[in-house]
Design a protein around this ligand. Structure first.
Ligand code: NAD
Ligand code: UDP
Length: 312
């Protein structure tokens, strides 16, 4: 017997496709909704013949009418390169998308999980970032279409919860990487690996002293499924990410080492409002979800390099 009918918006993207794999493996009936803005059918091709998997090409800024027990809301471009291409559309995707899945959850009484982000903390003044830190976001900057869109989505989730009793789960995802990131995605891990494998210059933006904390996709998906199935009444927000902080320069050197590449490091201007430090505090995830990441950066990078070596 199938366990749940699960809707995954953004299911043809990097994280969404791994989530669909996991949900199918766990015996669920999965409906993947995606408009393929940054995702690709290639990410879910292996699932298309599975009778328990359905793909629907749909834009979440429009309402959806589907019967389901659980909803994972991942639809939204996540890479600065892509979310800044059409900032108004990015904002609409976050806000209208949240309203549409929340309306659906209200009608069907489904539990709904929001893929929020560490970007709600903006360029943080505290390090590491706990969930009760309210953030430092430039409301009029080039990243705010994404940051403020995701913040507004969190607001909607909590208002639907308080006003209509919708069963919500909010998780704040920190930088996650792994196989199926798109070659042209523009995020740092895929850029550095592709550049190293092709022997091209490795492009560090700024001096490379800015930090991020990189979580391997398998760890992230485990945290996401645990959050969805966490105890009644636990809404989050909860940080899910790897607390191992790493500078962008260190990442570049590690990638060069692991690929045995002849690529040289070059520096390009730092984009506006690029956060200086980012590291999650994950005490809440440990306590509520009994979760912590288990895959070290070097191990996750090796798997990711293998993937890109095949794709390129
Ligand atoms: P991604 O770009 O690979 O996936 C996003 C998916 O959403 C794509 O398949 C895209 O086609 C789809 N999409 C975009 N707009 C849509 C719309 N209007 N209607 C329907 N589908 C739409 O990115 P990802 O890394 O897989 O991120 C997935 C989610 O996780 C996003 O919501 C993102 O904000 C969040 N997140 C990811 C990270 C990370 O490091 N990967 C960090 C924080 C938050
Ligand atoms: N970055 C970089 N070179 C690249 C792509 C990104 O130095 O080719 C830097 C970027 O400026 C940021 C960090 O890497 O400081 C992470 O960028 P990414 O776009 O992956 O994610 P985000 O900034 O949203 O965390």
């Amino acid at each position: 017997m199938r366990k749940n009918r699960v809707l995954v918006t953004g299911g043809a993207g990097f994280l969404g496709s791994h989530l669909c794999d996991r949900l199918i493996k766990d015996g669920n009936d999965v409906i993947c909704v995606d408009n393929l803005f940054t995702g690709s059918k290639d990410n879910i091709r292996h699932l298309l013949d599975n009778p328990y998997f359905e793909f629907i090409r749909h834009d979440v800024t429009q309402p959806l009418f589907i019967e389901c027990d659980q909803i994972y809301n991942l639809a939204c471009p996540a890479s600065p390169k892509w979310y800044q291409k059409d900032p108004i559309y990015t904002f609409k995707t976050s806000v209208y998308g949240a309203m549409n899945v929340l309306g659906l959850a209200k009608r069907t009484e489904a539990r709904v999980l929001q893929a929020s982000t560490s970007e709600v903390y903006g360029d943080p003044e505290v390090n590491p970032q706990p969930e009760d830190y309210r953030g430092s976001v430039n409301t009029i900057g080039i990243r705010s279409c994404y940051d403020e869109g995701k913040r507004a989505a969190e607001t909607l989730f909590f208002d639907y919860h308080r006003k209509h009793g919708v069963d919500i789960k909010v998780m704040r995802i920190f930088n996650t990487y792994g196989p199926r990131m798109d070659v042209g995605d523009g995020r740092v891990v895929s850029n550095f690996i592709c550049q190293a494998l092709k022997g091209e210059d490795i492009t560090i933006y700024g001096d490379g002293n800015q930090t991020r904390s990189f979580c391997y996709v398998d760890d992230l998906i485990e945290g996401m499924v645990r959050m969805m199935n966490s105890r009644d009444g636990f809404t989050g927000p909860v940080n899910i990410g790897n607390p191992d902080e790493c500078s962008i320069e260190e990442l570049a050197k590690t990638v060069i080492g692991l690929t045995d590449s002849s690529s040289k490091i070059i520096h390009k201007p730092l984009p506006l409002d690029d956060p200086v430090r980012r590291k999650p505090l994950i005490d809440l995830a440990r306590k509520e979800l009994d979760w912590e990441p288990g895959i070290a950066l070097s191990e996750g990078l090796k798997n990711t390099i293998e993937y890109f070596a095949e794709v390129l």
